[in-house]
Design a binder for this molecule. Structure first.
Ligand code: ADP
Length: 167
C-alpha cells in the first residue's frame, strides 16, 4: 500500500439513511478532535435503503457545510479497506446504548483482526440524541410524526418528500 497513513485524519463510517442530528453531533465533536474528518457513506447489503448511496452522500454534504475540515465520500468496500485507502488510521464511531456497545465491540475487534493498524475511536452519544436512530426516524416519517427535533431541515424535507413518493 503506497498511501502514507496519518494519525490526524479520522473516518466516520456508517450508512446514514438518512444523516440525523445524533450523527451531526459526532461529526462536530470529531471535527474538533481531528485535523480532518471524512464521513464515509457505505452500503448495507442486508437492507433496502430509503435513500440510495448518492442521495445519502448529498444529504451529508449539505449538513457538513459549516465544518471546513469535514468532507464526505461514498464507499462500497469493507470499512477498514476504505479507511486505509484514504490514508487514515482512525475509524470514528458513535455509541448510543449498551446494545450498540455489544455490536460495536464485536465489529471493532473484527476490524482490528482485518487491519491491526486501524483503531476504532468511540464517542458517546449526547444524551439528547442517545435514542435517535435512522431506523426510528424512517418509521416516524412513514407515519407522519414530527421529525424537527432530530433532523436538520434539509434532511427533514428530503425524508418527508421520500415518504410521499413511496406512497
Ligand atoms: P449503521 O452503521 O449501523 O447503519 P448508522 O449509519 O446510523 O448506523 O450510524 C453510523 C455511526 O453513527 C455508528 O457508529 C452509530 O453507532 C453512530 N450513531 C448512530 N446514531 C447515533 C446517535 N444518535 N448518536 C451518536 N452516534 C450515533
Amino acid at each position: 500500500m503506497t498511501t502514507p497513513l496519518t494519525h490526524r485524519l479520522a473516518v466516520y463510517t456508517g450508512t446514514f439513511d438518512p444523516v440525523h442530528l445524533g450523527h451531526l453531533d459526532i461529526i462536530g465533536r470529531g471535527s474538533s478532535i481531528f485535523d480532518r474528518l471524512i464521513v464515509g457513506v457505505g452500503i448495507n447489503p442486508d437492507k433496502q435503503p430509503f435513500f440510495d448511496q448518492s442521495e445519502r452522500v448529498e444529504l451529508v454534504r449539505a449538513v457538513i457545510a459549516p465544518y471546513a475540515n469535514v468532507s464526505v465520500l461514498p464507499f462500497t468496500s469493507l470499512a477498514v479497506t476504505f479507511v486505509r485507502e484514504v490514508g487514515a488510521r482512525v475509524m470514528l464511531r458513535g455509541l448510543r446504548t449498551t446494545s450498540d456497545m455489544e455490536n460495536e465491540f464485536t465489529m471493532s475487534l473484527m476490524n482490528l483482526n482485518l487491519d491491526p493498524e486501524i483503531e476504532t475511536v468511540f464517542l458517546m452519544a449526547k444524551e439528547a440524541y442517545s435514542h435517535v436512530s435512522s431506523t426510528l426516524l424512517r418509521q416516524i416519517a412513514t407515519f407522519g410524526g414530527n421529525l424537527e427535533k432530530f433532523l436538520p431541515p434539509t434532511v427533514q424535507r428530503a425524508l418527508e418528500d421520500r415518504v410521499r413518493q413511496r406512497g
